[in-house]
Design a protein. Structure first.
Length: 101
């Protein structure tokens, strides 16, 4: 399943100061772990790269409380690659980790 078909083309020429990303899916909707990662990791990073190319200085991302690449829980491990976002060196990076309930 391809969730990002044509994303760069659709957003070409866009300019912004701030970008917000609240993407997320479920294993069922994504069709399994591969599709889930495609949205909750790959597509989030792609949005961040597109935002950076558009001049965004601040990126705000919705993650999840407990999200960690070392978690034993697939959802929490896959939720976001926060270190990769940090390496992109936005002037400001806000990673929100709201609880589920």
């Amino acid at each position: 399943m391809r969730f990002d078909a044509g994303l760069e083309k659709q957003l070409a020429g866009l300019r912004c100061n701030d970008a917000f990303c609240c993407l997320g899916t479920t294993l069922r909707e994504a069709g399994g772990q591969e599709g889930f990662r495609a949205v909750d990791q790959d597509l989030v990073l792609k949005i961040a790269r597109v935002a950076q190319a558009a001049g965004a200085e601040r990126l705000v991302v919705i993650s999840s409380v407990g999200a960690s690449e070392t978690s034993k829980n697939f959802y929490l491990r896959s939720r976001r690659d926060e270190r990769a976002l940090e390496r992109m060196q936005f002037a400001a990076l806000d990673i929100m980790q709201p609880s589920c309930c």
